[in-house]
Design a protein around this ligand. Structure first.
Ligand code: ATP
Ligand code: MG
Length: 570
């Protein structure tokens, strides 16, 4: 991927404050100024065939955000016109995700609410000579559509009398024909340069159970027919969709103009969101779930809204991200680092600081009295006293991070080493006096002494130490399962595969590492969803798998951007 197409993290912290007048805002401003509309009505129209992903978040923020900004309305409308792929589970997850993002719909509608009306509109088109029942096979229809350079061939049924089509359409509905026996087509122009207008299919027969209408219908409207009419029925003013529907706009306009809607909604297309290192397509995400590459739709490695939520992302961070990437007409790929940047900026101000050791190494403080326990009062946030504090026990035996000790350290290693002195956060200065090893030569324990004159972590004689380590008292430590995540795919563009390859070949086999961590005791009963910073180790969020006394944490993000570095290597 070309570097110039990647949107890098903004360094200006106020960048999101002033809402830029992107082209859709400009269009609305114009419409309100010239009287085309005196209000704004948008909709977010997901097909309930999967969970929402971060791309949908962009569309949610745009549609609901515009309604909020202009004091208008925004409907949540399920585009449930394809009975075979849609499920109630998806409907419920989509509602939950939209609300979690911080938005509330004015109305929650379903395209299936309009099946009777849509049928009526189709019948009217037939009466007007603008639609006909075609009995060609699907293959013949495809063949006869022509190509970009070759005009289509009219169907032998194209000029059949309206009464005949009307009768057949009623019999389609009545279930007289099997799937694929015939379709209803618009009668537009078989030679039109825009292939979409070469008599597109409006209705097809599908004997299938629908999640809402059950077996009431065996004919279902096509997206292009149902979508524009649903917009018109709801009085949508600005129908916003992604660029791949640009060619379909002509059909959107044709249906509504032919049926005489005035005023009527208009369609505007924007570039869909692509992010480095992942795929944003329900069709592909569903494969990851069904084939067991992840633990479910809400696996914290998934780019789904529910995955981000479980991982510990905040809706504020995602909304900030959507505002910063803007809305444009040109396709681009956004660096995942920007999303992480927005997340860190948000969590930095709100996440309480706590201590947890991910890869524990025992430390025994030889001159600390056996059996003695002291407690230290520790602020939850260095810059926000309002967040309060907690008490943390300290004792003779502690856990520190294994990576914080080196027996033979390089010059600039400021953490613990034989003979070196460091600060244990908020507690004391300690000096390493010995190293205990097992038969295999592995370090199993460190021996240290502490300086009682440094209580609170500050020396009275002005002696300075460069390293400050986090720690947990061994006798009080709470064991926890901690899930560390790396990128789900090892390449920036998982879709870039050699011929015959599959995007799943690019899955990163090391995207999940589970460790047994030891945490400060206050985290024993962490409620699922609790977000905090383990000092020096990153932001974490308690997982729903947590039980009282047995917390499970997901690492939401490291404190600094390791992603860009990994991405360069990958
Ligand atoms: P997918 O390709 O993931 O299945 P879709 O477009 O088929 O996505 P829909 O449920 O039809 O999914 O989408 C609902 C709305 O979200 C549509 O308006 C669609 O344009 C928008 N949307 C989907 N993906 C993205 C994306 N990556 N960026 C921005 N908007 C998106
Ligand atoms: Mg779709």
């Amino acid at each position: 991927m070309a570097a110039d197409k990647t949107i890098a993290p903004a360094t200006d912290p106020g960048a999101e404050a002033a809402a830029p007048r992107h082209f859709i805002r400009q269009i609305i401003d114009q419409h309100l100024a010239d009287g085309t509309w005196d209000h704004v009505a948008t909709r977010f129209p997901p097909e309930p065939n999967g969970y929402l992903h971060i791309g949908h978040a962009k569309s949610i923020c745009l549609n609901f955000g515009l309604a909020r900004e202009y004091g208008g309305i925004c409907n949540l409308r399920f585009d449930d016109t394809n009975p075979t792929k849609e499920e109630v589970e998806y409907v419920e997850s989509i509602r939950e995700d939209v609300q979690w993002m911080g938005f509330q719909w004015t109305n929650n509608f379903f395209a299936s609410d309009y099946f009777e009306q849509l049928y009526g509109f189709a019948a009217r088109l037939i009466e007007m000579g603008k639609a006909y029942v075609d009995e060609q096979t699907a293959e013949q229809i495809r063949e006869n559509r022509g190509t970009l350079t070759r005009p289509g061939t009219p169907s032998p049924w194209r000029d059949r009398p309206a009464a005949e089509s009307l009768d057949l359409f009623a019999r389609m509905r009545a279930g007289e024909f099997p799937d694929g026996h015939c379709v209803l087509r618009a009668r537009i122009d078989m030679a039109h340069p825009n292939v979409v207008l070469r008599d597109p299919t409006l209705y097809r027969i599908r004997h299938a159970h629908h999640h809402r209408t059950g077996s009431a219908w065996c004919i279902y409207p096509m997206y292009d027919f149902a979508h524009c009419l649903s917009d018109a029925i709801e009085g949508i003013t600005h129908s916003i969709c992604t660029l791949e529907f640009e060619n379909n706009r002509a059909l959107y306009d044709w249906v509504l103009d032919t049926l005489g809607f005035d005023p009527r909604p208009r369609q505007y297309e924007f570039a869909r969101l692509n992010i480095t290192g992942t795929v944003l397509s329900k069709r592909r995400l569903i494969q990851l779930v069904q084939e067991g590459h992840v633990r479910g739709w809400d696996d914290p490695r998934m780019p789904t809204i529910s995955g981000f939520r479980r991982r510990g992302y905040t809706p504020e961070a995602i909304r900030d991200f959507c505002e910063r990437i803007g809305v444009a007409k040109a396709d681009s790929t956004v660096d995942f680092a920007l999303l992480e940047h927005c997340l860190r900026e948000d969590l930095n101000t709100r996440a309480p600081r706590v201590m947890g050791v991910l890869n524990p190494l025992k430390v025994v403080i030889e001159n600390y009295p056996e059996g003695q326990v002291e407690t230290f009062d520790m602020a939850y946030h260095p810059e926000d006293p309002a967040m309060g504090s907690r008490t943390v026990p300290f004792s003779r035996e502690l856990w520190i991070e294994r990576e914080d000790f080196m027996e033979d350290p390089p010059k600039k290693f400021f953490r613990l080493a034989p003979g070196a002195e460091v600060r244990l956060r908020y507690a004391y200065y300690v000096t390493c006096t010995g190293v205990v090893k097992n038969e295999a030569g592995e370090i199993t324990e460190l021996r240290c002494t502490y300086d009682p004159q440094t209580k609170g972590g500050w020396s009275q004689d002005g002696r300075k130490v460069k390293g400050t380590l986090h720690w947990v008292s061994a006798a009080h430590a709470v064991p926890a399962e901690v899930r560390l995540y790396d990128r789900l795919f090892s390449t920036d563009n998982p879709m870039d595969v050699p011929e015959g390859g599959d995007f799943k070949d690019n899955l990163n086999p090391e995207s999940l590492t589970v460790v047994r961590a030891l945490l400060e005791p206050g985290l024993a009963d962490a409620a699922p969803g609790l977000r905090c910073q383990f000092e020096r180790m990153g932001y974490f969020c308690a997982d729903p798998d947590s039980a009282p006394g047995a917390p499970v944490f997901n690492r939401t993000a490291t404190l600094r951007d390791t992603w860009a570095k990994i991405a360069q290597k990958g």
